[in-house]
Design a protein around this ligand. Structure first.
Ligand SMILES: CCCCCCCCCCCCCCCCCC(=O)NCCO
Length: 603
């Protein structure tokens, strides 16, 4: 007996020692990869500096001062002169040849470098961009007709495929597995004449609205050091807000385009799932192990820019042609809906300032009220609306996003090199599900009903999963029916519960993504634009914000000292109404700057 026990103890000891050694070797291997990547990144930053300096500083300044319209042009400008409406087309710098593609790309390489120095937003430069720009300029010289986005420099989220570049998602293990194909969105941009020139930072795994990892470090919000620009498309938001890019492409499965837009004071759109393609998002090294597999939580890529007008122009270019269904035969050939986007078109908009799950902090509520006022002044009709059953649907969102009880998420993170804060925030996923559910009773008894809901959110079986999928399908039917009954075209609501918080906050407050995540579950098209700025009154009102559970206490703490930080609002509508959403957001952003009630300051 003693011999058997001794053998078991020895066996276990040997097994643990072996595991420890394996882990140590893996850690050393991953650290080596990170060190290599840091050297490569440093070289690329030097390359970028040298490229930028090839164009005289004065010329770069001139080009950098041009906004999207001046650089790209081809816009229909509609001027109202009493009853007269004039429509004419601007011929802008890139199309007219006043600025070459190479000059534009090089200028933005320089500007992005300056943005990176301020925020640590760049992961890699795309050296090919310079060759690509030269080739485009060659096409002009040979008299070819120019594509609509001719020569436009575009920045791309790190996790989106660009041939020859890594998409690590912050995992060190994924370094040096470059994409062998462009993502469909990148393919479309290139066909339209745009030039992807840089890739930008993300949080490890993409399933968070902060922005940092062990490879590239943490990205700062350009409005305040120590605050996150949001995530997961945080590098893009920081880059655009700091003037380093005119247009970026992000992705969004819970708000990863919209929350960074709110935190950084820019605009962004997540179209509904049928309107852009995610084909090959999980190809390459990641494969099915790390990404995808949550069919009714609809992710999509989408544009981010300083203004909603730029986002709309890009989506118009995508949808004006048959590009989307050409690159992805699973997408319906639905074109740009000019009638929905028509200037002056009025909509009936339902609005809410709380979703019954997470009350936003004061400034985030105030800007919805301001937006309501501005839109009413524009002739839109605004009516109160209450989105039903959000708390239960947030439980369903978490259950169906993590889908396997968090096994893949936790497994991928643990086998890599996560920042310590990721591990500690996600550790509850390692607690057996039955224990999590038992602890939910304790949380309920303490009055922490929201925390209890989260503790009941991990999927235990395919029986539960099927039921949750059915709930999503029923919920979609219910919401569109309630909107139809109220004759409502779209919804206006907060973009997030806080102004840009400290870097670690989103990891403690995953529940704070409810205002955006619900529209992934509903598969609505949704966008965010800046409406205001957190002010001293918001700061004072924070004193009355609830502290009835740990999440409210944290949201209150993380929102403090935020005077001057940008605030956005969100507009969302059922699928195929993205053009209407963008029309309303443009009406908002155009008028917010002149609204004396607004605290918006023009940058
Ligand atoms: C005991 C239960 C513990 C629950 C822990 C829950 C952890 C996972 C929760 C997931 C939260 C999701 C946040 C989403 C942020 C935005 C992500 C996004 O849009 N990514 C873009 C991907 O393309």
């Amino acid at each position: 007996m003693l011999v058997v026990v001794g053998a078991i103890i020895l066996g276990l000891g040997a097994w643990f020692a072996y595991q420890r050694q394996q882990r140590a070797e893996r850690v050393a291997h991953l650290k080596g990869k990170i060190a290599q990547r840091k050297n490569e990144q440093a070289e690329l930053l030097e390359w970028a500096r040298a490229e930028a300096e090839k164009i005289p500083a004065q010329r770069r300044k001139e080009i950098g001062a041009m906004d999207f319209k001046q650089l790209l042009g081809k816009f229909n400008v509609i001027t109202r002169d009493s009853r007269l409406m004039l429509v004419f087309t601007l011929s802008a710098a890139l199309q007219s040849g006043d600025v070459t593609s190479l000059e534009a790309v090089t200028t933005y390489i320089g500007l992005s470098l300056a943005a990176h120095e301020k925020t640590n937003c760049v992961t890699m430069y795309i050296k090919e961009s310079v060759k690509h720009a030269r080739a485009l300029d060659g096409r002009r010289k040979s008299g070819e007709s120019l594509p609509p986005l001719f020569g436009l420099p575009v920045s791309i989220k790190e996790s989106i495929g660009v041939t020859g570049t890594d998409k690590t998602w912050g995992y060190a293990g994924s370094i040096h597995f470059p994409s062998t194909r462009d993502a469909p969105t990148v393919e479309m941009l290139k066909q339209l004449g745009a030039v992807p020139f840089v890739k930008t930072n993300v949080p490890l795994s993409l399933l968070s609205y902060t922005c940092g990892n062990e490879i590239y470090g943490w990205t700062e919000n350009p409005h305040k050091k120590g605050r996150t620009p949001g995530g997961s498309t945080g590098g893009e938001a920081a880059l655009i807000a700091a003037g380093g890019s005119l247009l970026g492409i992000g992705s969004d499965v819970g708000g990863s385009i919209r929350m960074p837009a709110h935190y950084a004071g820019i605009a962004g759109v997540k179209p509904s799932s049928m309107r852009l393609s995610l084909l090959r998002i999980d190809d390459g090294y990641h494969g099915p192990k790390r990404g995808g597999g949550y069919p009714l939580i609809e992710a999509n890529e989408g544009p981010m820019a300083a203004s909603m007008e730029t986002c709309a122009e890009i989506l118009k270019q995508f949808w004006d042609s048959s590009l989307v269904s050409d690159v992805d035969p699973y997408k319906p050939p639905v074109g740009w809906n000019a009638a929905q986007f028509e200037e002056g078109r009025k909509y009936r908009i339902g609005y809410y300032t709380t979703d019954g799950w997470f009350d936003p902090t004061p400034g985030c509520v105030r800007v919805v009220e301001e937006a309501r006022h501005i839109l009413q002044m524009q002739g839109h009709t605004l009516v109160p609306f209450s989105l039903p059953d959000v708390p239960e649907m947030i439980r369903v969102y978490v259950a169906t996003l993590t889908v396997d009880g968090g096994v893949s998420l936790m497994g991928s993170i643990e086998e890599d090199l996560p920042p310590a804060i990721f591990l500690s925030a996600l550790r509850p996923l390692r607690v057996p599900i039955l224990v999590q559910r038992s602890m939910a009773y304790v949380a309920s008894a303490l009055g922490y009903w929201r925390v209890a809901k989260f503790m009941r959110s991990m999927t235990k079986s395919s029986v539960e999963l099927r039921r949750d999928y059915a709930s999503i399908q029923l919920y979609r039917a219910r919401v569109v029916e309630e909107m139809r009954k109220a004759n409502i075209d779209m919804l206006l609501c907060p973009a997030q519960v806080m102004p840009a918080p400290p870097h670690e906050a989103p990891l403690h407050l995953s529940a704070g993504c409810s205002y955006t995540a619900i529209y992934n579950l509903l598969d609505f098209g949704a966008g965010v634009c800046r409406v205001g700025t957190w002010n001293a009154q918001d700061e004072a009102k924070l004193e009355c914000y609830p502290t009835s559970d740990p999440w409210y206490t944290m949201a209150k703490k993380f929102s403090k000292d935020s005077v001057g930080l940008p605030l956005g609002v969100q507009v969302a509508a059922p699928p195929f109404k993205e053009e209407a959403v963008m029309r309303v957001l443009i009406d908002l952003e155009r008028n917010v700057q002149h609204n004396p009630k607004s605290s918006f300051r023009q940058r």
